[in-house]
Design a protein around this ligand. Structure first.
Ligand code: NAP
Length: 362
């Protein structure tokens, strides 16, 4: 998800959102007025059953990867009728991967998109409302919190941030210019278009190895370009990649330019050898960038505590953030493990923390 920077000005609302907003105190409403309309501050007898009312939800989950769906699963089974906003990439990063072999319970592996469809189906079964919308602005200084999407405005007693991470790019103008014309950040999505062609993959981590192996199904040759002479990938992935006859290696090198045109596609990459200082042109018909990920936390910048890179800081071992009532889980807060199963685990934590937090408020 690459949400834009939060803005101080209110986002223009389409008619549907205007109806929601009319029934709710808009962002910036006087606290007393907001409190009067807030179902959580009214006496218990007057309160609605838990769940949605006029855009109000006990729990709003942002994100639809394993963390978000697991949080929603636990929150819905706790009868909190959560709203889950799926974000810009419904199903999250696993929807752009193929076989998932390390998620427990699937001895033969499972396709990433299929696993995410199952998770969505499971949370709906217990009453989660899933919407294909992305939060573009949040206000964590009012209670309930306000979450705006391009379509609607929602109010949340608690917020679970499970916005995940997005693939990083090299930052070259030529890479941007040729993105979709021979440059890609997703082998699973685009590998098919490179049948019988030679491609380059940039990166030395597990993603690069996985994507290099995947691309061998289509390409005649896959050359891994890595900036060091040692891979970061796990031993098993390295072994598989080294053993594959279609995979070649260029060490200590970075791509400084992608050569080609939108009409004719990619023709070559310009390489710079960091050890020798030599520049060269390496012919290729495709470039896949697999150099890691950036957490999707931009809309929380300046309000939620984060590290330098943008991973949200939580009060370990809980999922609590520096804002009371806001919980974070998954790749948005995990710079270390970043696995589907660890994301799911932290999603469970976040829902349980939110549930306990709501109990104390009530
Ligand atoms: P990663 O582990 O952070 O690796 C990123 C790679 O890209 C590194 O080799 C890095 O080089 C290189 N790189 C970063 N910025 C670069 C730049 N500007 N130019 C050139 N190269 C650059 O990211 P990842 O591979 O996406 O993996 C992320 C996490 O997911 C890891 O924990 C990984 O184990 C996990 N994962 C697991 C699987 C699996 O088990 N099947 C599959 C995919 C991912 P340096 O090595 O020099 O830093």
């Amino acid at each position: 998800m690459s949400d834009p920077e939060p803005t101080a000005t209110a986002v223009a609302e389409p008619p549907a959102a205007a109806a929601t907003a009319a029934a709710n105190p808009p962002v910036g409403t006087e606290p007393a007025a907001a409190a009067a309309a807030d179902p959580t501050t009214r006496p218990a007898a007057e309160r609605e059953p838990v769940g949605a009312r006029d855009g109000f939800h006990r729990v709003v989950v942002l994100g639809s990867g394993p963390a978000g769906f697991t949080a929603a699963l636990y929150a819905s089974r706790a009868d909190l009728a959560p709203l889950l906003l799926e974000g810009n990439q419904p199903g999250g990063q696993l929807t752009i991967t193929t076989d998932v072999e390390n998620y427990p319970g699937f001895p033969d592996g499972i396709l990433g998109p299929e696993l995410m469809d199952k998770m969505r189906e499971q949370v709906r079964r217990f009453g989660t409302e899933c919407k294909f919308e992305a939060a573009v602005e949040v206000d964590l200084d009012v209670r309930p919190f306000v979450v705006r999407t391009d379509e609607n405005v929602y109010r949340a007693q608690t917020l679970i941030v499970a916005t995940g991470a997005t693939a990083k790019l090299l930052g070259l103008p030529s890479e941007e210019h040729l993105m979709g014309y021979g440059v890609s950040a997703c082998a699973t999505c685009d590998g098919f278009f490179f049948r019988d062609k030679e491609v380059v993959i940039v990166g030395g981590g597990d993603t690069a190895m996985e994507e290099a192996l995947f691309l061998t199904r289509y390409a005649t040759k896959v050359t891994v370009v890595h900036r060091r002479d040692e891979l970061r990938a796990s031993k098993i992935m390295q072994d598989r990649a080294f053993a594959h006859g279609k995979i070649a290696w260029v060490w200590n090198s970075v791509v400084t330019e992608v050569l080609g045109s939108r009409e004719g596609g990619v023709e070559a990459v310009r390489l710079h050898n960091k050890k020798t200082g030599a520049d060269s042109v390496f012919p290729t018909q495709g470039v896949f960038v697999a150099i890691g990920h950036q957490p999707n936390t931009e809309i929380f910048r300046g309000r939620l505590e984060m590290n330098d890179v943008g991973y949200i800081r939580v009060r370990e071992p809980t999922s609590r953030t520096n804002v009371d009532g806001v919980f974070a889980c998954g790749d948005a807060m995990d710079p270390i493990y970043r696995q589907a199963v660890t994301a799911a685990g932290t999603g469970c934590r976040a829902a349980m923390d939110a549930e306990r937090w709501i109990e104390v408020q009530d």
